[in-house]
Design a binder for this molecule. Structure first.
Ligand SMILES: [Fe+2]
Ligand SMILES: [Fe+2]
Length: 325
């Protein structure tokens, strides 16, 4: 029966069966791979999440890249340069992972540039002093690790594998940032106050990186059911706080939260309420450095056009396809 198409009801039955097989794999912790059948919602969720993550890595180069020329020593300059390059590499792994879901990176970048896709709001905060570079490594990369360690077990194979590699580099970033904070915290009175000021400004935004409370998070429950997300926003945030408070104590710096207190019964630190008005104002509004970040990104993309063209021409020549043309 050449050209015969399955009647609608038949294809629906097949889809149901395929979905059952998909869910069985998820239940058995078998990774979903690019050529496997997957529900459209799963594909869309992953594209959104992986792309948002990739965009965050490359936009995240800006607040720190800003300090490469002003690093206080050659050693710090080399370290920061390597870190910013790592972040670019993370973006590339993640765009590759997103591409396995059937979307090109050109399109993903277009969607970032025209505002359809987002990146983590943390990178819209300005980096005012050198201590901010220490605080970002310690707190922002520290928060990223807590989130990303959990994502090493995400159900989509290419995303999980990218995370394993990224986490190794993120832990170096966290240590490098913390080492900067140790140096400042042992330094002169003005270095100590610079470190304290950076902690004051980066603490709450770092907690906001984990996203809204579980009860307010619109994508969370489906993502947890598909095992795209393995732990909830609130669980991850608590874990970050529990890890970070002793580190701040070691620095003899004060976390700007008077309600922060060890709770013996819970086995966790209690902490004060997050100012979500500030979060939503930053997410929904043009505030902070969002416009500047986007302008820099679009300029970099436009200025890099000739490099992409040259690379494509080179690749075409060396694949022999120019002979066929
Ligand atoms: Fe990164
Ligand atoms: Fe990092």
């Amino acid at each position: 029966m050449a050209g015969h198409e399955l009647p609608n009801s038949q294809s629906k039955v097949d889809d149901k069966e395929l979905e059952q097989q998909f869910l069985a794999k998820i239940a058995e912790e078998i990774k979903i791979e690019p050529k496997d059948w997957m529900p459209e919602g799963y594909r869309k969720t992953l594209i959104r999440q992986i792309a948002q993550h990739a965009h965050s890595e490359i936009i995240g180069m800006q607040p720190e890249g800003n300090w490469i020329t002003r690093a206080p020593t050659l050693e710090r300059k080399i370290g920061l340069l390597a870190k910013v390059q790592d972040e670019c590499g993370h973006g590339m792994y993640l765009y590759s992972a997103a591409e396995t879901l059937g979307i090109g990176r050109e399109e993903l970048l277009d969607r970032l540039h025209d505002g359809q896709m987002k990146y983590s709001n943390i990178f819209n905060y300005p980096t005012l002093t050198w201590a901010d570079i220490g605080a970002i490594g310690w707190l922002v990369d520290g928060a990223a690790i807590v989130n990303q360690i959990s994502l090493c077990r995400t159900s989509y194979g290419p995303y999980a594998r990218a995370m394993v590699r990224i986490c190794k580099e993120e832990s170096f970033h966290q240590r490098q940032g913390y080492a900067m904070m140790v140096t400042l915290a042992k330094g002169t009175a003005s270095q100590i106050s610079m470190a304290q000021d950076a902690l004051n400004r980066w603490w709450w935004p770092s907690l906001m990186m984990f996203g809204p409370h579980d009860s307010e998070s619109s994508h969370s429950s489906q993502s947890m059911a598909w095992k795209v997300k393995r732990q909830s926003n609130d669980e991850l945030r608590q874990r970050f706080i529990d890890i970070t408070v002793p580190q701040a104590d070691h620095l003899q710096l004060t976390i700007p939260d008077p309600k922060l207190k060890w709770n013996e019964a819970r086995g966790h630190y209690d902490f004060g309420a997050i100012d979500w008005d500030e979060f939503w104002a930053a997410v929904n509004g043009p505030g902070l450095c969002g416009d500047k970040r986007m302008k820099t990104r679009v300029n970099a993309h436009e200025n890099g056009q000739w490099v992409r063209q040259a690379a494509q021409t080179y690749a075409r020549k060396h694949s022999g396809s120019h002979r066929a043309a």
